[in-house]
Design a protein around this ligand. Structure first.
Ligand SMILES: [Zn+2]
Length: 149
């Protein structure tokens, strides 16, 4: 996917959020409390509610975006850059390009994506055409345990 296609497909925050929810629904949402796999979608709360235990999780919970306040679109743009350029760029540069005022959350965003990407290197090197793919958004059940640091 080139930059023009990307911008056309993800012109705004809403389109990214819709796509992200699509990814999550495709993969199946798992309840971190009881392991339930059936959920109601609570539109007003932007979260999933487990049909079994009633606990809620936000759209971003237990994914690479867990706990992030940054726009979905930032994540999409970063993923696009990471897989399309195959070159490293600094968090400072990315922050500048986004016009975002704080460095730390941008650094965290890139760090988390690179972590996910590192685990997927083999897959990437095997596939010819790389697109924004759902691999980045797979649920990370272990993340709950690592939340403390
Ligand atoms: Zn549950």
């Amino acid at each position: 996917m080139n930059l023009l296609n990307f911008v056309a497909q993800y012109p705004d925050e809403a389109s990214c959020r819709v796509k992200f929810k699509e990814y999550r629904d495709q993969q199946g949402v798992v309840c971190p409390h009881c392991g339930g796999t059936s959920h109601y979608w609570k539109h007003d709360k932007e979260s999933y509610e487990c049909k079994k235990c009633g606990k809620r999780q936000s759209l971003r919970a237990n994914t690479v975006m867990h706990g992030s306040q940054l726009p979905f679109r930032y994540w999409f743009i970063a993923i696009h850059l990471l897989i399309s350029t195959k070159k490293s760029f600094s968090a400072a540069e990315f922050q500048r390009q986004l016009g975002h005022n704080r460095y730390e959350p941008i650094w965290t965003l890139l760090h988390k994506l690179r972590e996910v990407m590192g685990r997927r290197d083999e897959i990437y090197s095997l596939s010819g055409v790389i697109e924004l793919d759902e691999g980045f958004f797979q649920q990370k059940p272990l993340m709950m345990k690592r939340k403390n640091h």
